[in-house]
Design a protein around this ligand. Structure first.
Ligand code: B12
Ligand code: SF4
Length: 309
């Protein structure tokens, strides 16, 4: 039996407000891994409000719909940001709580660390440094946006044993198999939409995040979407609806659902609208849908491949 810990590290920034920001990629990875024989998967989310001690949690303003502030602690600014006259903070659970959580969980063989905004890398570094102190026998693998968009920096400065760039799961499965922690990957084992994200790794869930598609056919030069997801992929409306129904059954109080698509409104007549009709026809009253990411109003740039969108 191998034990795998999924870790969502802190945000480090001058400001942060939770607009349904969840480590969705990590939850997909957890779902893919735990269907393999002999693999145990747990989650430690440094931004999980439920992990705050009650005294601290009471002081953080959160809304019932899943949005809200984070607990924050002022920390030293990285050298290039010294000149900025604002507090630089670590957002999420205090370091001591993080250490306690690491001590209480079953000792993992490997810690899979995600990363979201590249410039939050100081939170990644700190989390990995503490994992090293608390869990000296565990291997640490870093994936997500930071090693995908800035691989050299991540390799040099993250402190991880290995970094995995890109959004395909096959390299991670192959790495874990080479360490004999999972069986060799079967063909198709890394297809993201063959699983639903492992939301049940949270004890409580106040809101859900859904993806109806991955990537964007646009090629705006300032945007990373096409580098992260070179192939634009869509899910059938019925499949997305089944995922929503599954998690509403599991967490009956669930009312708020946020979309993470890059291009949610693209071809809405055949895509988003049939999904919403399914929701409406099947007891969806009371659900609230949110679009924290861009809505992507379909206009001329969509589909242009010349980088001038
Ligand atoms: C949804 C989204 C948001 C959400 C929150 C996302 C979150 N979880 O925190 C919201 C709307 C709040 C948001 C906000 C912002 N966002 Co945003 N967002 C996205 C978006 C569209 C999707 C992210 C996502 O969840 N994808 C789906 C999951 C499944 O993918 P994933 O997490 O990357 O995981 C996969 C891989 O990375 C990998 N992986 C992940 N973890 C691990 C771990 C290991 C060990 C391994 C091996 C692999 C691995 O495997 C997973 C499966 O394939 C991306 C663009 C994109 N298409 O990726 C931009 C993106 C991440 N956002 C971006 C930006 C800039 C922002 C903002 C700064 C925008 C602004 N100006 O306000 C804010 C800042 C956030 C904040 N202060 O809270 C940039 C980041 C660029 C960068 N330098 O890092 C992106 C890339 C878009 C872009 N314009 O290029 N965002
Ligand atoms: S349309 Fe939006 S998501 Fe698509 S490439 Fe341009 S900025 Fe990125």
């Amino acid at each position: 039996m191998s034990e795998i810990l999924l870790l969502n590290p802190w945000i480090t920034d001058f400001a942060a407000y939770d607009l349904w920001a969840r480590p969705l990629g990590l939850l997909y990875i957890g779902a893919c891994l735990r269907r393999l024989p002999g693999v145990g998967v747990r989650l430690l989310d440094c931004l999980d409000h439920a992990r705050l001690p009650p005294g601290l949690a009471a002081r953080v303003r959160r809304r019932a719909d899943g949005r809200g502030h984070y607990h924050r602690e002022i920390i030293a600014k990285p050298e290039p940001l010294r000149g900025i006259k604002r507090h630089y903070c670590r957002y999420g659970i205090p370091e001591e709580v993080f250490r306690q959580c690491l001590r209480q969980l079953p000792t993992p063989d490997v810690v899979l660390v995600t990363s979201r905004m590249t410039y939050w890398y100081p939170g990644v570094q700190r989390a990995i440094a503490i994992v090293r102190e608390e869990l000296p026998t565990a291997r640490v693998v870093l994936g997500g946006l930071y090693p995908t968009l800035c691989p050299r920096h991540a390799r040099q400065f993250s402190g991880a044993d290995a970094i995995v760039s890109g959004t395909r799961l096959e390299p991670l499965l192959a790495l874990l198999a080479s360490w004999k922690l999972v069986p060799p990957p079967a063909p198709g084992a890394d297809h993201l939409f063959s699983v639903t994200p492992a939301w049940d790794l949270y004890d409580k869930l106040s809101s859900l995040v859904l993806l109806t598609s991955l990537g964007c056919p646009g090629r705006c030069p300032y945007c990373a979407a096409a580098r992260l997801w070179p192939v634009y992929q869509r899910r059938a409306p019925g499949e997305v609806f089944a995922e929503l129904r599954q998690w509403r059954t599991c967490f009956p109080g669930l009312r708020d659902v946020a979309f993470y698509d890059d291009a949610l409104l693209l071809d809405a007549d055949r895509h988003l609208l049939p999904f919403l009709e399914l929701v409406g026809d099947n007891g969806g009253a009371g659900l609230r849908f949110h679009t924290p990411n861009g809505l992507h109003v379909p206009a001329a740039p969509v589909g242009r491949q010349d980088g001038q969108g």
